[in-house]
Ligand binder design. Structure first.
Ligand code: FPP
Length: 256
């Protein structure tokens, strides 16, 4: 595992989730098409995956297409379908060799092209035994849709209302074994969740950066992890350790 100055290896977030926002604005600033920005986002995505893996993150979830993104112009929607398919085709061997497990998170409905779903299923099958990092593509994903799908399946299964608690709801999420994100990073200066992992991020730390997604690099991810390590996560309790996270971080910085 890579030692990064200022990051305490013992408190690296287990699950990081990213909202990869700002590709369109990055392209517009350069007089390019929005789709050129998405294409440029592929490199930032790969950098983030490897940087996360290097520092010991075990789960990385990226918001690649939301249930609301169908409202974008059809040409952009088609481009994003094709881009994700090409990323899976081009990068599968490399990701697999690095021990990365790939998963799809979202609604596998008729709107997602069959060839893209086949690539997602192939990638998931090929990498299913990998243990290093689980890379989840939230695709045709909406937090509300996930909860609606969970409720429908609970009713179809005849789950009684008296047995519904948090554990029961989790069993009906798309990936019940996925731990909740510890850290959510959103790029491009927007301060919202946009229907991402609504149930799962109840206690996640949120970090927002003005950097546009194609410019997002390993260093930006490490900055977000440093910010995460400065936060005091209480989960509704009070902090009894007496040690402020900022002081803990200063101790780490002094020793690295
Ligand atoms: C949510 O904001 C952001 C997303 C769902 C990310 C979309 C990401 C891409 C289209 C690019 C994916 C890039 C690669 C390299 C695969 P929103 O814009 O849907 O929501 P908002 O309208 O609230 O801002």
């Amino acid at each position: 595992m890579k030692v990064v100055p200022g990051i305490d290896p013992a408190r690296v977030p287990k699950h990081v989730a990213c909202v990869m926002d700002g590709n369109g604005r990055w392209a517009q600033q350069r007089g390019l098409k929005r789709t050129d920005g998405h294409a440029a986002g592929e490199e930032a995505l790969l950098q983030s995956i490897y940087a996360a893996q290097d520092v010991g993150v075990e789960w990385l979830t990226v918001y690649a297409f939301s249930t609301e993104n169908w409202k974008r112009p059809i040409s952009e929607v088609r481009f994003l379908m094709r881009l994700n398919e090409m990323i899976l085709i081009r990068r599968l061997d490399e990701l697999n060799e690095r021990g990365i497990r790939i998963r799809f998170l979202g609604r596998q409905d008729h709107r997602v092209p069959g060839r893209l779903l086949r690539e997602f299923n192939r990638a998931a099958e090929v990498t299913k035994d990998n243990k290093s990092l689980t890379l989840t593509f939230a695709f045709n994903y909406g937090g509300r849709a996930e909860l609606i799908d969970a409720m429908k399946r609970m009713i179809d299964d005849g789950v009684s209302s008296s047995s519904i608690d948090e554990k029961q709801v989790r069993r009906y999420l798309y990936h019940p074994d996925m731990p909740d994100p510890d850290l959510v990073v959103r790029t491009s200066g927007e301060y919202r969740i946009s229907n991402f992992l609504l149930w799962e991020l109840a206690y996640s730390e949120l970090v927002f950066t003005d950097v546009l997604w194609p410019d997002f690099s390993a260093d930006h991810l490490y900055d977000a992890i440093r910010t995460f390590q400065e936060r005091d996560r209480r989960f509704g309790k009070i902090n009894t350790s007496g040690l402020k996270p900022r002081r803990a971080r200063a101790k780490v910085a002094a020793t690295t």
